[in-house]
Design a protein around this ligand. Structure first.
Ligand code: KG4
Ligand code: ZN
Length: 347
């Protein structure tokens, strides 16, 4: 394939509506032309978490204007789109259906094919849009609100799961601990802001499964330990103690993520690593993992900060790279489904 391909990507798996346009020239790394995003975080904050029905309704309101915004930013007519990609799963069923339904309808109206992609594949390929793109093979640490996984990535569509969380995801641990500390939703950024003023050694929190010998994670026990520590502090907890507990929580999560990543690097012998998903935006994780990888001569790659959390660019990119690799079947029959639960290794 040597021709130019314009791929529109639609993300709607959770609480962000994302739309983006990428251009792929032959086998070259696709380029991001424009992306637009609407986060529903403010809307869900009042409820302390994502309300699926509200999420679906908001995706419906946002997806068309965001698509128009992207096309206007690039200055192309929608008839120039070659493929319309969407997140097929995993995620909230109703939310996924909005993006998939819109994408397939738009594709049909344009007489173009559509392609559903895996949300986590989008996350793990997203560093290809950065100024320092990786090369295959690499180790991927996927740390989002719903997933914590270590994957051996051989190439596009070649993903081997090495280990994953047996209960809460790392992002969930951040979010739930933040909620206990009375911080808003999503909790990760808020908790890490508070942690900056705290002393991580003030509390001795567990590092679950640190020495389990495998590459699995567990964060549910940590959340319970944070709850117990917070209760002990009582209702009139001072600001410094809250900051200390936030710092200790962040340190416990980061320690486990770094230790297991290093173990996976050793086990696989891989020399490159990608960190993707919302928690990949965490400054302490970047600092600790960066230092550990530098000591071992491992090249570490991240998506651009604004593409760490959910976005349409990673969806368009994953579809473009699938098509370039001959590992994606774009469909023109107007039929589609979504897969709220979908292991990446099956994608
Ligand atoms: O990848 P993502 O946007 O959505 C999912 O696919 O889940 O990840 C969202 C998660 C949330 O749990 C959020 O609290 C966490 O990423 N997060 C962070 C930071 N920014 C986002 N966690 C820690 N530190 C951050 N700076
Ligand atoms: Zn995500």
């Amino acid at each position: 394939m040597t021709r130019t391909m314009l791929v529109l990507g639609i993300e709607s798996s959770c609480d962000e509506t994302g739309v983006a346009l990428v251009r792929a020239e032959g086998q070259g790394v696709p380029r991001l032309l424009a992306h637009a995003l609407h986060s529903q975080a403010d809307m869900h904050e009042a409820y302390g978490g994502v309300v699926p029905e509200l999420a679906s309704r908001d995706h419906i309101r946002r997806v068309v204007p965001l698509t128009q915004q992207v096309l206007e930013a690039v200055g192309v007519d929608r008839s120039a789109i070659d493929v319309v990609a969407y997140t097929r799963g995993p995620g909230l069923a109703g939310a996924l259906l909005v993006g998939a339904g819109f994408a397939v309808a738009l594709a049909a109206a344009l007489g173009r094919p559509s392609l559903g992609v895996h949300h986590l594949e989008g996350h793990l390929l997203s560093p290809f849009l950065s100024a320092d793109p990786p090369a295959f093979p690499f180790l991927a640490l996927l740390v989002s609100g719903g997933h914590t996984q270590l994957m051996h990535v051989q190439g596009v569509g070649q993903y081997e799961l090495l280990g994953e969380t047996i209960d809460d995801a790392a992002g969930e641990a951040f979010d739930k601990s933040a909620k206990l500390l009375g911080l808003g939703y999503p909790g990760g950024p808020a908790l890490s802001r508070l942690a900056a003023f705290g002393d991580a050694t003030a509390f001795d929190l567990p590092r679950p499964l640190l020495h389990s010998g495998d590459l699995d994670f567990s964060f549910a026990g940590l959340k319970t330990a944070v709850l117990t520590a917070h209760r002990k502090l009582g209702p009139n907890v001072c600001e410094q103690s809250r900051a200390d507990l936030a710092a200790a929580t962040q340190a416990a999560i980061v320690d486990v993520l770094v230790a297991k990543s290093l173990k996976a690097l050793k086990q696989t012998g891989l020399q490159r690593m990608v960190v993707a998903g919302g928690v990949g935006a965490n400054a302490q994780l970047r600092e600790k993992l960066g230092a550990a990888c530098a000591r071992r001569g491992v090249r570490l790659h991240y998506p651009e900060l604004e593409l760490c959390t959910d976005n349409g660019a990673m969806v368009a990119l994953a579809a473009a790279m699938r098509l370039q690799a001959g590992r994606g079947q774009a469909s023109e029959d107007g039929a589609f489904d979504v897969r709220p639960r979908w292991p990446l290794a099956e994608a």
